[in-house]
Design a protein around this ligand. Structure first.
Ligand code: ADP
Ligand code: MG
Length: 594
């Protein structure tokens, strides 16, 4: 599925630009300086290597080469070594500043971008991805700035210097290196690529095993009830696959390593053979050839580092691409100043059409008005657009045509803060902060007293959750609230809504079967919320539906099939009656009085 908000840039962005756009101005400057310095060190290193050739020549012949005697060349080598040392020191300082800036600014840049994205952008999958992106993936991308880019630049600089220098010194040596170096880099790159790809696959298989183990543990009650606590096939399959993949990887990555080693050997050996032949020919003095072989040996290390950094940088592309996706995602136009609200608490859909993609419409010419202070229940088949309608009120997305009004004003004519101040949302997929149970409620009204927080929690039934948790109210709920059940998370979310007392409450009731106690809490809370707010509830429980002042039945084709009070619809609404009967059967309800 492609939605308009994740369109891939068809032209790959140059990697360096992906890094740069995540960094501050001063960080960018530090990076430029660091890379320039690395180019300089690379050059010095190349020169130092090359200096061995004339040095060998002067040693062999006793005469000066290029105007300098042995002593002169030795002194030059010393000077180069000192220079390289000084530059290295400076570049280490600047380089770390650039890397530190990357990690800091990337977090800030991404954070700022996320704050501007439409709420609809954040689904659960993405929420998980973002947390891994900003936690460890950026650290490894920072590694790219600190080590890999510099290694790449200095490696190339050395490479170019040595190749150019050899051509100047003797064209035959130049030719040897020009042929061999690219070949070696290619082979090294291939071997590294294979190895990294294999590592990634092994990790995936291992991750599969660990998630199967979690599943196995989580499903224990069900498995035992079915008498199947031994021989859980998915786990066994995953373990077998993991073992196979480990074994395969071992073979392939050994092969890849061998290829890498062979390619270096190839470079050195062929260098030795060809230059040895030149020496036998008398074309070059033996000492120079010895120096050349020494250069080749040292040069092989440079090539190895170079290909390592290329592969490392390639691996860093993934978080950078995700970051780009966030930075380039479409944002909703937003105005700065608040608009007057002629009818506070009112919600209105005025001929709204909306679809997640142009081909499929979820709402089509949809109109509905919910007067302030009333409670409306929306019912309809799964996929008929109930949750979508609720999220359009909170401007998760902008409508394709028509208008959504809150408080009598087009929501596009309000800043997000003005819209959000009027709403609370209790949605199905409640994502809690990895903070204490108490803070997760109190956050919805920072001014609230402890007594108010407690009252809201009590009403929503969170008190009973706190009672059984090891550290009570101070228990940390885990990222997203994963240590609580779905029903419990929704209760926390209801408590937030009760505390915030916004003029409008959007409530997407959990579809999962709630236990009786949970259901009682929800109903009590809804009764309390409707006293202070307009309530729009996407209802699955008959009790909730029956309480509503007005019921809207969606037709599954983007419009409204029937609407009215429970009494009116129950007697004359075919669809509603249908809905009611099926739910009643599912819930094992017998209707005694309406
Ligand atoms: P309901 O709440 O009534 O079950 P939804 O509003 O969740 O229905 O979904 C209406 C339609 O829109 C469904 O076909 C669903 O698959 C689709 N849909 C819902 N959310 C998204 C989304 N984020 N991206 C693309 N399609 C979606
Ligand atoms: Mg829904």
């Amino acid at each position: 599925m492609t939605d308009a908000h994740t369109v891939e840039n068809p032209v790959p962005t140059p990697l360096i630009r992906s890094y740069r756009e995540l960094m501050s101005v001063s960080g960018n400057r530090a990076l430029s300086t660091a890379l320039t310095l690395h180019a300089v060190t690379g050059f010095f290193e190349g020169l130092a290597l090359l200096a061995f050739l004339p040095l060998a020549q002067t040693l062999g012949t006793g005469e000066s080469a290029w105007g300098m005697t042995t002593t002169g060349w030795l002194i030059s080598l010393g000077v180069l070594a000192v220079l390289a040392f000084v530059v290295r020191y400076v570049e280490a300082l600047v380089g770390y500043r650039a890397a530190g800036d990357f990690i800091q600014s990337a977090h800030r840049t991404i954070g700022d971008a996320l704050a501007k994205l439409p709420l609809g952008w954040f689904d659960r999958r993405r929420a998980g991805g973002i947390s891994s992106l900003v936690s460890h993936q950026f650290m490894s991308a920072g590694e790219g700035v600190a080590h890999l880019l510099p290694a790449l630049v200095s490696g190339f600089s050395t490479l170019l210097t040595v190749v150019a220098g050899l051509w100047v010194f003797d064209w035959r040596l130049g030719l040897i290196i020009t042929v061999l170096a690219p070949l070696t880099i290619l082979l090294l790159w291939v071997s590294q690529r294979i190895k990294k790809a294999i590592d990634a696959r092994t990790h995936a298989a291992a991750a599969e095993v660990s998630s199967r183990i979690v599943e196995f543990a989580a499903c224990q009650p069900a498995l035992r009830a079915a008498g199947r606590s031994h021989g859980f096939t998915p786990l066994e399959d995953a373990a077998a696959e993991d073992a196979r993949s480990q074994y395969r990887s071992l073979w392939i990555s050994s092969g890849a390593l061998a290829l890498g080693a062979v390619s270096v050997q190839l470079l050195v050996t062929s260098g030795i053979i060809v230059s040895g032949l030149l020496a036998l020919d008398g074309a070059l003095p033996p000492l120079v050839i010895v120096a050349f072989i020494g250069i080749m040996l040292r040069f092989a290390i440079t090539l190895q580092n170079l290909s390592n950094s290329v592969v490392g940088i390639e691996m860093g592309r993934i978080p950078l691409r995700q970051a780009r996706e966030i930075l380039t995602a479409e944002t909703l136009p937003e105005i700065e100043t608040a608009s007057p609200l002629p009818t506070p608490g009112e919600i209105e859909f005025d001929r709204v059409s909306f679809g997640y993609s142009p081909e499929t419409r979820v709402l089509e010419d949809f109109s509905m008005r919910i007067p302030a202070g009333t409670m409306t229940a929306v019912v309809g088949a799964s996929g008929s657009g109930k949750s979508t309608a609720a999220s359009l009120i909170a401007r998760f997305w902008d409508v394709d045509s028509g208008t959504v009004r809150v408080g009598g004003t087009d929501i596009r004519d309000m800043p997000t803060s003005q819209l959000m101040a009027q709403l609370t949302m209790v949605f199905q997929d409640v994502y809690l902060f990895n903070d204490s149970l108490w803070s997760n409620i109190a956050m919805s009204d920072p001014e609230a007293t402890d007594a108010e927080v407690f009252a809201a929690a009590e009403l929503a039934g969170v008190t009973t959750i706190a009672e059984v948790l090891p550290e009570g109210w101070q228990t940390v709920v885990g990222e997203g609230g994963r240590s609580l059940s779905g029903g419990e998370r929704q209760r926390v979310s209801i408590a937030r809504a009760l505390l915030k007392k916004a003029p409008i409450v959007l409530f997407d009731e959990a579809t999962s079967a709630l236990d009786a106690e949970n259901e009682a809490n929800v109903l009590r809370s809804v009764d309390a919320l409707r006293k202070t707010s307009t309530v729009l509830v996407i209802a699955h429980k008959l009790e909730t539906v029956r309480r509503a002042d007005h019921i809207v039945v969606l037709d599954g084709a983007g419009g409204i099939a029937e609407e009215g009070t429970h009494e009116a619809l129950f007697t004359s609404g075919r669809r509603y009656r249908d809905f009611w009967d099926r739910r009643a059967a599912a819930q094992g309800w017998r209707l005694t009085a309406t």
